[in-house]
Design a protein around this ligand. Structure first.
Ligand code: PLP
Length: 452
């Protein structure tokens, strides 16, 4: 293993702040505050260049689901690099891992979802299905059916189309977004927006906003609706049970394609292989990324329903879309090894039957804290809503500040969590033990005690 002494780490940090423009960073703050150089990982732990160990309760960025240091994936990558480090899939060519991976994904997705288009990132995958949806309707003689309805506070990536589909105000303010043809409706965030309605009433009301919007625009102009099964970046917002069945009914009634963005929920995080299975949905597009390779290689894609793929394949002619690295063989080999680990170690079943229920109970215990408005979880996703007054659901006047304070104290105490405004989020690797779950919960509780 490459050993890194203290001195070069400081040099590296200086090089980084001088030359590396970071994603989603205030670079001035970053230059002043410095960067943490991460050097290695094993299991659920990562180490920085100072030798400090952290329990990574965020699995990198919602992705290192099988944990760090999996030799099986490294070996698969090395073997593929030796055999064939790259070939494209543009000109009637493919590679063995790419073909096998597409088939594996189709098997896991189940009947009616047997085709996959590969991309490098979740953002590109969202761009991809958006174009496919419009091509689909144009091919069927409905070229005006092209508006996409998405949701406020959703995250669908950072490309121009991805950020437009997303509903993040701060992203829309930069670069004149959203682009035309994308509109947003409310999110099913009961705790913050539900008012006097019960969660189930609110879930139905928010789903029916989709119907109202479709009728306002005209169903003949609406191509698709997109949503994350559970909003991730927006704050791990678990929708009321009434929400998804109503959304599915409305999409069917008006012949609107349903796109589920499963970049976070795909490949097991909710205790089912996919969030659409968890919620009993039949999507037309399913966006996949992160958990596909557990982040070991960049690979993503869209699973396309047969009814859409058949139109594209048989009637639409050439689809003028793709990326140099679509279906990259080394990334596909990493993904195949990752899926094998998930199956052989029964990690998805473990979330459903064992560690998921344990996590739910322990995470839920945080709800009694004076600063916690709600402590929600589903599968291995958990969020705590910080409030100033539980009885009235009143939030701090500067939600981002309180969220960052709690997050930073957790990291100082060796547990990596994330803040989304005043919600503290965790998304641990699937291999996490009960003791490690306890450590996450007790660290967060200690920090909340300290801050209260
Ligand atoms: N969609 C969702 C639901 C995501 O959570 C993300 C990233 O966090 C994306 C899309 C974008 O994926 P990428 O960062 O790979 O472009």
């Amino acid at each position: 293993m490459l050993e890194v002494s203290r001195e070069p780490i400081r040099d590296l940090a200086a090089l980084d702040t001088a030359h590396h423009l970071h994603p989603f960073a205030d670079m001035k703050e970053l230059v002043e505050g410095g960067v943490r150089v991460m050097t290695r990982g094993e299991g659920v732990y990562v180490w920085d260049g100072e030798g400090k160990r952290y329990l990574d309760a965020f699995a990198g960025l919602w992705c290192v689901n099988v944990g760090y240091g999996r030799r099986e994936i490294t070996e698969a990558v090395v073997a593929q690099m030796d055999a064939l480090p790259y070939y494209n899939s543009f000109f009637a060519t493919t590679t063995a891992p790419t073909a096998r991976l597409a088939a594996e994904i189709a098997r896991l997705a189940g009947p009616g979802l047997s085709r996959v288009f590969f991309t490098n990132s979740g953002s590109e995958a969202n761009d991809t299905w958006l174009r496919m949806a419009r091509v689909h309707w144009a091919t069927l003689g409905q070229p005006d059916k092209k508006i996409v309805i998405a949701r406020h506070n959703a995250y669908h990536g950072s490309t121009v189309a991805g950020a437009s589909l997303g509903g993040m105000k701060h992203m829309h303010e930069q670069g004149d977004l959203p682009i035309p043809g994308i509109v947003h409706i409310g999110q099913p965030h009961w705790y913050v927006e539900g008012g006097d309605l019960s969660p189930e009433e609110f879930g139905l009301a928010r789903a029916r906003e989709l119907e109202e919007k479709i009728l306002e625009l005209g169903p003949e102009r609406v191509a698709a609706f997109v949503a994350e099964p559970v909003q991730g970046t927006g704050g791990i917002i678990v929708p009321p049970a009434s929400y998804w069945p109503e959304i599915q009914r409305i999409c069917r009634k008006y012949d609107i394609l349903l796109a589920v963005d499963e970049v976070i929920t795909g490949f097991g995080r909710l205790g089912s292989w996919f969030g659409f299975q968890h919620y009993g949905l039949t999507p037309d597009f399913c966006v996949i990324a992160k958990g596909l390779s557990s982040g070991y290689q960049p690979i993503a894609g869209v699973i396309v329903a047969d009814r859409v793929a058949d139109v594209l394949t048989n009637q639409a002619g050439q689809f003028h879309h793709g990326f140099t690295y679509s279906g990259h063989p080394v990334a596909a080999a990493a993904a195949l090894a990752n899926l094998r680990i998930l199956e052989e170690e029964r990690l998805v079943e473990r979330i459903r039957d064992d560690i998921g229920p344990y996590f739910a109970e322990r995470w839920g215990s945080l709800a009694d804290h004076v600063m916690v408005g709600e402590a929600v979880s589903t599968g291995l996703l958990g969020a705590v809503q910080i409030v100033i007054d539980k009885a009235t659901r009143t939030r701090f006047s500067r939600p981002h500040d309180i969220g960052m304070i709690v997050r930073n104290f957790c990291i100082m105490r060796g547990v990596i969590v994330r803040a989304s405004a005043d919600r503290i989020l965790v998304s641990p690797p699937f291999i996490i033990t009960r003791e490690e779950v306890d450590q996450i919960v007790s660290t967060l509780r200690a920090v909340l005690d300290y801050v209260a």
